[in-house]
Design a protein around this ligand. Sequence first.
Ligand SMILES: Cc1cc2nc3c(=O)[nH]c(=O)nc-3n(C[C@H](O)[C@H](O)[C@H](O)COP(=O)(O)OP(=O)(O)OC[C@H]3O[C@@H](n4cnc5c(N)ncnc54)[C@H](O)[C@@H]3O)c2cc1C
Length: 445
Amino acid sequence: MKLRDYVIGANASMYYRLNFKKIKGVYYPKTEQQVVDIVRDANEHGFGVTPKGGGSGLSGACTGGNAERVMVNSLQMREILNVSKDQGYIDTQPGATPDEINALLASSRMKFWVAPSSRDIATVGGILSTDGGGNDTWVNGTMRDNTQRVKMVLYNGKRLTVDWDGVKCEDPDLERDLNKHNMTLHDVASAHGTLGYITEMRLTIKPITSVPVVGGVVNYSDNTAAGEALTKMIAKQTPVTYGEVIASAHADVREGFTPPLHVIEIPEEDLPGLEEIVDFKQLPSDEVARMKDIRIKLPKRQPKEGGQVALFEGYGFHAESLKNMQDRIDEIDALLRRHDLEPFAKYGHGPSKWYLGDNTPAYGIILHSREIRPEGKPGKEVYQAVLDIVQLCKKLKITPKPEHKWPFSDEVKNARLTELRQVLGAGFNEFMLDPEYNDILASMV
Ligand SMILES: Cc1cc2nc3c(=O)[nH]c(=O)nc-3n(C[C@H](O)[C@H](O)[C@H](O)COP(=O)(O)OP(=O)(O)OC[C@H]3O[C@@H](n4cnc5c(N)ncnc54)[C@H](O)[C@@H]3O)c2cc1C
């Protein structure tokens, strides 16, 4: 890893070709007042501001595109300020990770329940900005479901507090305007750092309860059968605590398993309900651990020829697209092949929960996809495949990248953020909403 990766973004997916001359400053504030000073200064010089947490977001948002900007990193803002076990919340700075929060809570038998696989590096400020979650969003919700309020600094340096009832601001006119627009935490969730800099958060914590859990596997004839089973689990609210479908896997990464298959953990007492829906084969705990390990390693394995590429962080299959999953996957795979990309592995959380751009919750499966990129395939061509997938998803009623939705691919969210930025100021992550954004990212692949 190079020094620049630490400074700018170690994991911002494929968007590495940044024009470093356009970065006018990299800051690591420790306090809200320092954020205010940095942002005001950037505003006076006409520079944009890009908030950055752990740099693990996969939509390239924390790179700031290639606009003239300052980078404001939260990694020195990771103090946990207050723990209220009785009232079930913590107040924390935005740069803490879920793992750090839970290490602090361990002795109190309380837990912060949002657990993306990146929970050791992703910050709570970044996770809210992408509305992420772990493979248990079905049970524990996404980040927005676990956030009670945030404090933010706006491009003009003013401070704002946002919760589920609305907004409070030191400027009463601004407060009135934003409340007229009904701004709430729904807007901050998945805003990709376009509204302001989150400086403090109140997050829900809940007790750790230990009910006996059983694990095992379900084999499906095809992905439509998997989609139908998931539809039934959603209708019956089957309390699956871990659910991962391996929908497909290239011969280079199969370890004797035959997808599609579904690794499931569920409280023992709920097993009969699950068995009414699927043919569940209970496995010893070490075998379940092996299946989980195979799943977690899929994105880390390489094909024998070519390289692995993550074009998309997730396809959200829900409602009709869930019921016809195999056809939909076949259409996506055909599109990939037309672009000379070979499907490598598809796997994902189900049943799962996420939010659509209009803030309605969706329930289904989030299927991650990895493809084989032939040696020497130019970035612009790869990026064109991404844009074509967005269009295909719209046609097939699949939510593209539900956890990390690109505002440009979700017209409703884009319009809402644009509306709010007319009131809040438009200096943060401008490129995320800019129609030129596609071109910027295409030049960076
Ligand atoms: C190996 C790996 C596994 C992953 N697994 C999952 C998973 O299971 N579930 C999941 O949901 N995601 C997952 N992700 C994606 C990633 O971890 C999330 O997108 C994460 O939420 C981003 O957090 P971050 O701190 O790294 O934010 P960054 O990548 O630094 O930034 C993400 C966005 O948040 C904004 N932002 C950051 N901090 C602030 C702030 N203080 N104020 C305002 N805006 C801010 C940035 O501008 C940017 O738009 C994974 C990523 C990797 C690399």
